[in-house]
Structure formats: structure tokens, C-alpha cells
Design a protein around this ligand. Structure first.
Ligand code: ADP
Ligand code: MG
Length: 836
């Protein structure tokens, strides 16, 4: 088994490459300057492209041709204009340039085809795909993605093997340049699982730098120079102060770093007034000022940390330690605040800069290369292995024991041959033994490392015989990973006919371990005529499956247009949808239409997401409009508590809208992605609290009414089947959590279950069937759509009643119900059964 071995931390600010060497990890150094970190910074100078420290230095001289922090734009459709070339580059291209540069760090001439690249745990599918794409563009043939908190913990725990970290729960707090991630890690028997995580892709050191510029430096500068337009101009692309913004960002970052070691620092820069006067500005910045501008963001990280604890029913004493990584955790205020407020021990032993790359390499050291070696297989093996001798092995790839049993089975076995297993360091050797169709060996392992073994075959003269056999790699004592969790629910959008809307149907729940596969069966909800301009839409989304689809993000859409259909797709016919997601988040969806016997396959690898400010404003206004309506209703109903809640949300909506108004499509910051995120949050609160038309309250009322009847029947009727008795109890047992959630979609789901159960109870409990039959068979003639037919059914029903033939009675009853005009009550009651 050949393993990937190479791991890359493709960071917002800094990137690193490391290699697993069997027992350890080597972090490669830049041949120029011998630093381990490569600033994720790209400069264009004429025809030359410069990456890293030199590019960063160039930022001061020619900021418009130097690009940094582009990781935050991964997965968006935003491009960067290279002034000197008059061309646009994409965040993917810029990232691939960083990856290519990292390849130069490998000093032993190795050129890896496969690599592990880390991503923030909260990267969605689009951002993940964009990262893989950058890897391919940098020349890698296989790119395996690994979530950063997992990488960091692999590094931390593998470095502290001796420590008694056999069992327990840790938090990894990663505050870097561009993103924040906090992950809950559980360890049991050296196996590590990510139990939960929270993160924000737009929270990190560059935000601190930006705030320091906008809230401290620029106001001071305005005070000193009297140029009140500065605040606006400095953030406008192509304005005369755009360059100053980049320079101040850099100065702010330097100051911020210095303030990790002292109480005050000074920055110096050139300022030229609108009239063209040059000025040398010297400004003092204090640690207190820095702390003030980052305070709110640190609060936000604390909140996410608390959410994780709460969601997992943990108290601070259940957590062993908080492992701090990421360059921004050097800031004393961060360490102190987190320790003080959580009362959990903060561990700063991990190297904040290299932990992620080191962990990625550990992971890579256990990950088999998975590129089809076609040339090797078709030429060298076919030619050189005349009798197709092949040995397949089986063993545990990780163990805590000091030895491991390898089993082997031989295909195309022929007699007179021998085998020998050796450990590559020479410390273990089975000696030459006769080859049998099946054999097994205990092999000895060195502790705390990956042990590699070779299996070779010989003939009677001890000449080597070619055989197709993989190397054996067994990792002893190292922490292993149970798997990578899915960061958000993956769902598809389906019709919500009861509400004339759509809703989400869960496919994979968040925190499920990748890779994942699921097949679901749906019914067509309306007839789609062949050749019409209608289409069947399969919309795969990610986010929260218990929310309205508008609050979630689209992963990919399959549109099966009616002109592609072999025949009409009739309402009620079956659709089979199979969704697969790989560990590196490749998504494929195959759809089979049973009616037309057609299959549609699609692989989703979207690498861009577009956020339009106009659309954003539209959506925010729609939410605000809804809130206005609800406010009216609440006021009329004199429900002032609810009105106050709605007003609070309205104010948020208004503030968001105001913010979008001051945005420009080509603004320098990523504020529009942040606002888009905020809009989704607002929409989520709206639907969660059911403020919109108070839908959730109505559903709850209807549900409790139904349950009251069911409960009454349960207590008073003798002939309810045991099965139905159990089902009623089960529904009751699970209701409190669902109803407490105040989530409309969850409540409605439970309500639908109750309707379905109620229908079945009526149909299959003789006492109820008889009484409902009497009711429906005694309506006045004009209440039926076809009274003649109803009369016949009544005659059939009466006979069945006399003979106590309940199957027959049920059938007559259902016919009668289906011919009843005023069906409101009946329809909701009968529809859910799927009968008829
Ligand atoms: P990323 O993973 O996003 O590339 P890193 O973990 O390398 O980021 O952290 C980079 C961030 O850490 C930058 O914003 C940088 O300014 C900040 N940083 C680095 N050293 C210090 C320090 N001594 N004090 C405060 N911030 C620091
Ligand atoms: Mg990082």
C-alpha cells in the first residue's frame, strides 16, 4: 500500500507543506529564506509571478498587483483584477500558485501526485470543490481534503503520545487569519472522533487588522488631517486612497503582532492630502485599543464554543482542555478571555503555525494513494508477471498491540514457490517459507510509528519471482481518525403541498461520517407532460434540513426537462434518487424515473457561488415585508410580547438592508458574503420561531387537538389494535422535543404523522369505523358529488355492517368519503393514508 504522505495547510495567511516520514513529520522549509511558512500572497510584476514573502514585501510598493486573503473568496464568483496584466485572476488560480510554490519546498526531488489539503471545518461543498480544483490546477492528480481542526488534533495528540490522553473530550480552538473553527474532539482508545464543530468563515486576524484600520487608525488620521472623506474613499476600489488601505492593513497587522508582546507600539506611514501634500505620520496604538476592537469577535467565538457545549449536553468540567491553534491565539486577550470565561484549561503547547500541516501529514501517512495506475497495471504488470501471480493481504492498518497478524491469499497459485516478509527498517524478517494458497504471519511492530513491510516471492533457487503485491503499512500506537464529519445537513427540496410551498427533506444529517450514500424514493407530485415546458427539479442543498429551503445553500440542481422524457411522467409515479458524497465532498446524484425507465446521472462539482447585492436586497425586503404583516396581526390581536419580538427582528432586517445600500458590487471587502450569511440567519429565525403568520402555533393547536382525540380513544375504546396503541404512545413520547423546538417544519412533520395514524385508527378500529360510516352515510344528498353511486355504496355498507364484514365496510366507507363534497375535514383526514 502506497500512502499519500504529503500534507498541505493552505491557509488564508500562511501555507505550509509537510511530509510523513514513518515515525515523524518533516515540515519543509522554503529553500529561499529557510522559513516553514509561505505567506499566501501572490504578486504580479510584469511577466513575473512572485509568491510568498517577496510578494508580501511588494504589497507596500504596488498593492494593486498583489493579492492576499483570497482563501476567503474561494467558492465565490469574485475575480481579482491584475492591473499590470489587464487581466482577471480567480481565487482558485491564486491558490494554485501558492500550491505550486509549496511544491518547490520539497528538497529531495520527490514530485507527489497525491496530496492531502486542509480546509476549515465549516467549508461548504462549493468551497471544498474550489480547493480541490486549485490542487488539480497545481498539477496534483489526487487531492484529499481534511478538515483543519482534525488535522490540528492529529498533530497535538500524536506529539503527546506518552501523555495519558486515552479517553476524554477536548476542544480545538483555531483562530487564524481568515477563519475561526472550534471542534469538539472525543478520544476513546486512541481513536479520535470529531463530535461536533462550529465555525465562521469570515472571522479571523484579517478582520482584526481591518477593524484596527477603520476604527482606530483612520479616525486618528482624520483627526490629524481633517480629511473627513477618508473613511469612505479608503474602501472604494480605484479611489486615490485604495493603496493607502492596503498599506494601513499591513501596518495594522505588524502593530497587532507587536502588541502581543507589549502594551503600546507605533506605526509610521506616508500620507498625501487631496491637495497633494506629503506627510509622514507617526501614530501610537495601544493594546487596550486593539482589545476594544476585537472584543466583539472574541465574544462571537465564545458563543460558538458555548453552543457546542450546550448542544452536546456538556459542562466545562467535561472538557479536558482547550487546544489553541492559529496565529491569532498569540494575542494575550484571546487566551485570557477564553480561559477566564470558560474556566477550562487552555493549552498553548501546540505550535499555532505548523499544527495543521503536521496533522495533515500524519493523516496522509495513513491514507492510501488512490490514483488508478493504468500504465503500470496494463504494461509492466501484464508483461512482467507472466503467470499473473497476485497476493492479497488483510490486516488492521492501525493497532495498539506490539504485533499484528497479516493474512494473505494467493491468486494464480502454483507450487514450488517461497515467500518472505521483511520490515523495511530491517528489524523484522520471517525468513524464506513455502508459499501456500493462503498463509498468515504475526509481524513485530515498532511503537509510535507506521511500520512498512515488504512481501516478496522466490523460486526454489532463491531467484525473485514477480508478483502483484501491495506494501503493508501498519501504524502502531498513533492516534487514528474515525472519519470526517459532514459540516451541515444535506437535503433535497420537495413540495410542501399543504402549505403551497416547498420544504427540505433530509438526505445526510450534519456530523454524519463521510463518505455517505443514500437512496430515496419519491413520488411525482404533479403530472409532467412529455414535450411541455415543465421540468422535474432535483435541488440538492446544504444547511439545516429543518428549515425552509430559502435559508439553505444550493449544491447543485438537476433539471429534467419535459422534452427529455420518453413519455408523460404521471403524478404518483416513482422516482428513485441516489446521492453519494465522497470523503473529499464529490457529490453525485443519479435519478431513475420508473415510469419512463430513464436514468439521469450528474456529478456536482460547483466551484463558485454568486451573491448579487440586488438579489440580496430583494430577499431582505421580502423578509421585512413578511415581518410587517405579522406585526400588524400581532398588534390587532393585542399580543404585545409577540409584537415586540417581531419589531426586534424588523430592526435587524432594516439594519441589514441599510448595510447593503452602502455596499458596492465591486467593494474591496467581503462584506456582501457576510451579509448574505446574516440574511440566511434572519430567515432561519423567522421560520424557527414561526413568527411568519404564526404558522407553528396553528400547527401545534391542530396537533394537540388530534392527540386529544387519539388519547381519548386509547382510554375509552376496547377494540383498538395493540399495534395502534403502541403507535399512539410512541408519537406522544416523542412530541415534547419536537413541539418545544418551535420549528415549523419539525412540528408539521409530527402533525402529519398524527393525521396518518388517526386515519388508520379510524379505518381499523371497528367501533370508530362504524360511527364514522354512520356520519358520512347520513349527509344530505347535495353534499355528495354523485348521490346515485353513494346510495349503492350505502347499500353495500349496510350489508357489510349487518354481517360485521369490516373489510367490506371499510371499502364502502372510503368510496363514500371520496364522493363527499364538503371534504375539508375529510380530505386532511383521509389524504395521509396513501390508500385509494
Ligand atoms: P491562517 O490559518 O488563516 O493562514 P494563521 O494560523 O497562520 O492563519 O494565522 C495568521 C494570523 O495570525 C494573521 O492574521 C496574523 O496577523 C496573526 N498572527 C500571527 N502572529 C501573531 C501574533 N504574534 N500576535 C497576534 N496575531 C498574530
Ligand atoms: Mg490555519
Amino acid at each position: 500500500m502506497q500512502t499519500i504522505n504529503f500534507g498541505i495547510d493552505l491557509g488564508t495567511t500562511n501555507s505550509l507543506i509537510a511530509r510523513f516520514t514513518g515515525a515523524n513529520v518533516e515540515v519543509f522549509k522554503n529553500p529561499v529564506g529557510l522559513k516553514e511558512t509561505l505567506p499566501s500572497c501572490v504578486a504580479f510584476r510584469g511577466e513575473r509571478i512572485i509568491v510568498g514573502d517577496k510578494a508580501r514585501e511588494w504589497l507596500l510598493k504596488d498593492p494593486l498587483n498583489v493579492f492576499a486573503s483570497f482563501k476567503r473568496k474561494m467558492g465565490t464568483d469574485e475575480n481579482f483584477m491584475v492591473k499590470s496584466k489587464g487581466e482577471f485572476v480567480t481565487p482558485i488560480e491564486l491558490s494554485s500558485l501558492v500550491l505550486k510554490e509549496l511544491k518547490n519546498f520539497i528538497h529531495n526531488g520527490e514530485v507527489p501526485d497525491s496530496v492531502v489539503v486542509t480546509i476549515p471545518a465549516s467549508f461548504d461543498t462549493v468551497q471544498s470543490n474550489a480547493t480541490k480544483q486549485a490542487g488539480y490546477e497545481a498539477g496534483f492528480k489526487e487531492v484529499v481534503l481534511l478538515q483543519e481542526p482534525i488535522a490540528a488534533s492529529l498533530a497535538f495528540f500524536n506529539k503527546n503520545l506518552a501523555a495519558d490522553k486515552e479517553k476524554g473530550k477536548w476542544l480545538v480552538y483555531d483562530l487564524g487569519g481568515g477563519t475561526f473553527d472550534v471542534a469538539l474532539i472525543g478520544i476513546d482508545n486512541s481513536e479520535m472522533r470529531v463530535l461536533d464543530h462550529q465555525g465562521d468563515n469570515y472571522l479571523g486576524g484579517v478582520d482584526f487588522d481591518h477593524s484596527l484600520v477603520m476604527k482606530i487608525i483612520v479616525p486618528k488620521l482624520i483627526q490629524q488631517t481633517g480629511n473627513t472623506n477618508l473613511k469612505e474613499q479608503i474602501l472604494t476600489r480605484n479611489s486615490s486612497y485604495e493603496k493607502l488601505y492596503y498599506i494601513l492593513l499591513l501596518k495594522a497587522e505588524e502593530a497587532k503582532k507587536e502588541l502581543s508582546n507589549r502594551e503600546t507600539t507605533e506605526i509610521e506611514f506616508e500620507y498625501s492630502s487631496p491637495e497633494g501634500d506629503e506627510d509622514e505620520i507617526i501614530m501610537t496604538i495601544s493594546r487596550y485599543e486593539l482589545n476594544e476592537v476585537i472584543k466583539d469577535r472574541i465574544e462571537a467565538t465564545l458563543l460558538m464554543l458555548e453552543v457546542i457545549l450546550e448542544r452536546n449536553n456538556l459542562s466545562p468540567s467535561d472538557i479536558e482542555e482547550i487546544i489553541m491553534i492559529g496565529g491569532s491565539t498569540y494575542i494575550p486577550y484571546v487566551r485570557e478571555t477564553i480561559a477566564e470565561r470558560t474556566q477550562i484549561h487552555v493549552n498553548t503547547e501546540a505550535d499555532p503555525s505548523t499544527a495543521v500541516a503536521v496533522g495533515a501529514a500524519y493523516f496522509a501517512g495513513n491514507k492510501p494513494v488512490n490514483i488508478k495506475k493504468e500504465i503500470e497495471k496494463t504494461t509492466s504488470f501484464a508483461q512482467k508477471i507472466p503467470n499473473n501471480l497476485k497476493i492479497q493481504t488483510g490486516y488492521n492498518t492501525t493497532t495498539k498491540d506490539s504485533e499484528e497478524y497479516i493474512t494473505a491469499s494467493v491468486t494464480n497459485y502454483s507450487g514450488g514457490l517461497f515467500y518472505r516478509i521483511t520490515r523495511t527498517d530491517g528489524g523484522f524478517d520471517t525468513g524464506v517459507k513455502p508459499l501456500t494458497p493462503k498463509f498468515g504471519e504475526f509481524v513485530l511492530l515498532l511503537p509510535g510509528r507506521v511500520n512498512s513491510f515488504q512481501i516478496r516471492v522466490f523460486d526454489a533457487q532463491n531467484n525473485p519471482v514477480l508478483a502483484e503485491v501491495d506494501d503493508v503499512n501498519i501504524s502502531q500506537g498513533l492516534f487514528s481518525l474515525y472519519g470526517q464529519p459532514l459540516p451541515e445537513d444535506v437535503c433535497i427540496e420537495v413540495d410542501d403541498l399543504n402549505n403551497n410551498s416547498t420544504k427540505c427533506e433530509m438526505i445526510f444529517a450534519r456530523n454524519s461520517i463521510l463518505p455517505l450514500t443514500k437512496t430515496i424514493y419519491k413520488e411525482i407530485s404533479r403530472t409532467i407532460r412529455k414535450g411541455s415546458d415543465d421540468a422535474l427539479i432535483i435541488n440538492l442543498m446544504e444547511g439545516d434540513a429543518n428549515q425552509h429551503p430559502s435559508t439553505n445553500k444550493v449544491v447543485g440542481v438537476i433539471e429534467i426537462r419535459a422534452d427529455k422524457l420518453m413519455s408523460d411522467l404521471v403524478k404518483g409515479s416513482d422516482v428513485e434518487i441516489k446521492i453519494e458524497m465522497s470523503e473529499s465532498r464529490d457529490v453525485s446524484v443519479s435519478t431513475h424515473l420508473s415510469m419512463t425507465d430513464q436514468q439521469f446521472n450528474e456529478v456536482f462539482s460547483p466551484t463558485k457561488r454568486y451573491v448579487s447585492i440586488l438579489k440580496l436586497q430583494d430577499e431582505i425586503n421580502e423578509i421585512r415585508g413578511q415581518l410587517e404583516l405579522d406585526l400588524d396581526k400581532a398588534v390587532k390581536a393585542e399580543d404585545f410580547e409577540l409584537a415586540a419580538q417581531i419589531q426586534e427582528k424588523s430592526a435587524k432586517g432594516k439594519a441589514l438592508y441599510e448595510q447593503t445600500k452602502s455596499l458596492k458590487e465591486n467593494a474591496l471587502t467581503d462584506e456582501k458574503y457576510q451579509l448574505d450569511e446574516a440574511k440566511r440567519k434572519l430567515a432561519r429565525q423567522l421560520y424557527t420561531n414561526g413568527v411568519v403568520n404564526n404558522r407553528v402555533l396553528r400547527v401545534k393547536e391542530r396537533y394537540y387537538d388530534l392527540m386529544e382525540s387519539l388519547q381519548y380513544w386509547l382510554e375509552s375504546l376496547q377494540d383498538i389494535s395493540v399495534k395502534h396503541q403502541d403507535e399512539i404512545k410512541k408519537l406522544k413520547d416523542t412530541e415534547s422535543e419536537v413541539m418545544r423546538s418551535n420549528n415549523y417544519f419539525m412540528a408539521e412533520g409530527h402533525h402529519q404523522k398524527a393525521i396518518k395514524l388517526m386515519n388508520n385508527v379510524i379505518l381499523y378500529t371497528p367501533t370508530l369505523l362504524v360511527s364514522y360510516y354512520h356520519h358520512y352515510s347520513s349527509l344530505s344528498p347535495e353534499e355528495y358529488t354523485n348521490f346515485d353511486k353513494v346510495r349503492k355504496e350505502i347499500a353495500r355498507g349496510e350489508k357489510a355492517l349487518e354481517r360485521q364484514h369490516y373489510d367490506e365496510l371499510r371499502s364502502a366507507f372510503m368510496s363514500i368519503v371520496s364522493m363527499t363534497k364538503n371534504t375539508e375535514m375529510v380530505e386532511t383526514k383521509i389524504k395521509g393514508t396513501g390508500l385509494g
